[in-house]
Write a protein that binds this ligand. Structure first.
Ligand SMILES: [Zn+2]
Length: 84
């Protein structure tokens, strides 16, 4: 298994645990059905946000590395020495 995939899964567990704790907290002052609905909506909202962010990072990494210094290429420019 790839390390990056493992890291993503660990983050997923933390996300689910965090939302579960939030839901338990919300149940104390609202109906469990509403708390569960908010928790589920929040979970999918974060999933969409993380997915979009991941794609954005992949796009940034897609440029490759600089031939001069080996820095990351962002928007066709080196993030280190600004050479194309
Ligand atoms: Zn460079």
């Amino acid at each position: 298994m790839q390390p990056s995939r493992l890291g993503f899964e660990k983050r997923e567990i933390i996300l689910v645990l965090g939302i579960l704790l939030l839901m338990i907290g919300m149940i104390s002052f609202m109906a469990p059905l509403y708390a569960a609905a908010i928790a589920i909506a929040l979970y999918f909202g974060i999933r969409v946000f993380v997915g979009r962010r991941k794609r954005q990072i992949q796009n940034e990494m897609g440029g490759g590395v600089c031939a001069t210094c080996g820095g990351k290429i962002v928007n066709n420019k080196c993030s280190n020495c600004n050479l194309t």
